[in-house]
Structures are given as structure tokens and as C-alpha cells.
Write a protein that binds this ligand. Structure first.
Ligand code: OAD
Length: 237
């Protein structure tokens, strides 16, 4: 089976009703990014940050995977698929994707404030536990914080992602403005011999690095429908 890597971003979940970050009406318009998504913001006002992510986590209970997520899961019938997502929601998993690498963390988990990536203190929350409060402590005695990679923090999962990207036979970029590194830099690890597709309804400025990118200028669901057709025609050819 050919290996396919999908790099997804906030636009992937837009049709499910989850806000994107940049652009008019994006989350960073409503909430200053330095207050809610940096270690400094968390140090200054942990309650505000914990509540911001409580709200995002609650939203998971009201949203469903969209057609785009489902078609990505369906690709597993034909390809060995690894999803590398910048999203912190769980919609890829809920749509049925079996291998998902979350570069920026996961809303459904909390971790130690002192050692965020120490696996001993990463806890998966059941929906009854979605509301984290000040005073909820990790086993190391520190406050449980959202298991989210904030700006200025290391992205440890990037190493694993790079390994999959280097081995990929097909690369798909979907619903990301390619503004945030190191995620956007993954394209540099894609072999120049393989096909690269990009699905986004808006123009995305990618540093294509010599890659010829097949752009499908559509929303995730419609773009995925078109991609499935293209791929099945290719397989038949
Ligand atoms: P952005 O909000 O920067 O970009 C979203 C992209 O989705 C844009 O290119 C939109 O054109 C596109 N888009 C909008 N609606 C769409 C739809 N229905 N279907 C497909 N695409 C659509 O989000 P990301 O690139 O994911 O990090 O942002 C990357 C990171 O920056 C996030 O993970 C987050 C953020 O700050 C952290 O919180 C650390």
C-alpha cells in the first residue's frame, strides 16, 4: 500500500463549526493569542487560560466530524495514511482515522504544569472531567494544565511527523494557512518525486521549495471529494 501523509489545520474542522485562528472572525481576533496561548499568558493568569480551553473542550461535545474528516478516514481503504494535524480537536479520530499525530496537543488531555510532556502525568479526560479547575493537581503536585503546545514551546511530536513525511508517497495539505512552524516546514521533508495536493478555499502562500503543488481551491469536504476522484482515476490509469 502506498503511504500517504495528510497535514491538516483549522480549516479542516471549519465545516464542523470549529473556528479557525486567523482571518476575520478567527479565534485570535476574539482572544489575544499572547494571553491564552503562551506560557507567559498562563503564568500571568492560569484561570483565564484554563477556562479558555475548558470552553474549547466543551465545544467538542457539540460538534461532529464533517465529510472531509470522513473521506480522509476512508482513504485508509486504499492507502497507509498518517494524519499529522495542528488541530487540538478529536474529529479525525472520531471520523475513524487510525493514525493521528497531534503536533499542537490535544484538548481531551491535561498534563503537568511543571513537565508538560512527561507521559506519566498526561491524563486523558472523560467528558465528565472536561471542566478543569484551579486546584486540580497532577501526580507531581503541580496544577493540571491543558495538554496544548503554546507559542514559544517545543513541538516534540515534530520528529515523529518528519519520519512519516520523509517516507510518504503522496502528501496532502488541507485547511492550514501554513503560517506556523515547525508544522509548515514539514513540506521541506517531502520527496520532490511525489505528488503534493493542497485543499483550501483561499489562496495559501506556501514556500513550495521546488514542489509542483496541485491546488484544489475548495472547502475541505468538496476538496476531498475531488481528490478522491483524482486519486481513483490515477490508480486506474
Ligand atoms: P489558520 O486559521 O491559520 O488557517 C486556516 C486555514 O483554513 C486558512 O488557510 C483558511 O483559508 C482555511 N479554511 C477556512 N475554511 C475552510 C474550509 N471550510 N475548508 C478548508 N479550509 C478552510 O489555522 P492553522 O493553519 O491550523 O496553534 O493554524 C496553525 C496553528 O496556529 C494552530 O494550530 C494554532 C494557531 O495559532 C496553536 O494554538 C499553537
Amino acid at each position: 500500500m502506498k503511504k500517504m501523509v495528510v497535514l491538516s489545520g483549522a480549516g479542516m474542522s471549519a465545516e464542523s463549526g470549529v473556528s479557525t485562528f486567523r482571518g476575520a472572525g478567527g479565534l485570535w481576533d476574539k482572544y489575544p493569542v499572547e494571553e491564552v496561548a503562551t506560557p507567559q499568558g498562563y503564568a500571568a493568569n492560569p484561570e483565564l487560560v484554563i477556562n479558555f480551553y475548558n470552553e474549547r473542550r466543551r465545544q467538542l461535545l457539540d460538534v461532529e466530524p464533517n465529510k472531509g474528516h470522513k473521506l480522509i478516514a476512508e482513504l485508509e481503504k486504499e492507502f497507509n495514511v498518517t494524519v499529522v494535524t495542528q488541530n487540538i480537536d478529536n474529529l479525525h479520530e472520531r471520523a475513524g482515522s487510525s493514525k493521528v499525530i497531534h503536533l499542537h496537543g490535544e484538548l481531551t488531555k491535561v498534563c503537568s504544569s511543571r513537565a508538560p510532556h512527561d507521559p506519566r502525568y498526561i491524563k486523558k479526560l472523560s467528558p465528565e472531567e472536561y471542566e478543569i479547575k484551579i486546584g486540580d493537581l497532577a501526580p507531581d503536585g503541580s496544577q493540571y494544565r491543558p495538554y496544548i503546545v503554546w507559542f514559544g514551546e517545543a513541538v516534540p511530536k515534530i520528529e515523529e511527523a518528519i519520519q512519516y513525511v520523509e517516507q510518504a508517497d503522496i502528501f496532502l495539505i488541507i485547511g492550514t494557512s501554513m503560517n506556523v512552524y515547525p508544522a509548515a516546514g514539514l513540506l521541506n521533508y517531502v520527496s520532490s518525486r511525489i505528488p503534493v495536493y493542497l485543499i483550501d478555499p483561499n489562496e495559501v502562500n506556501v514556500n513550495s521549495n521546488g514542489h509542483k503543488i496541485h491546488v484544489i481551491r475548495k472547502v475541505a469536504s468538496e476538496g476531498m471529494e475531488e481528490l478522491m476522484k483524482l486519486l481513483s482515476e490515477k490508480e486506474k490509469a
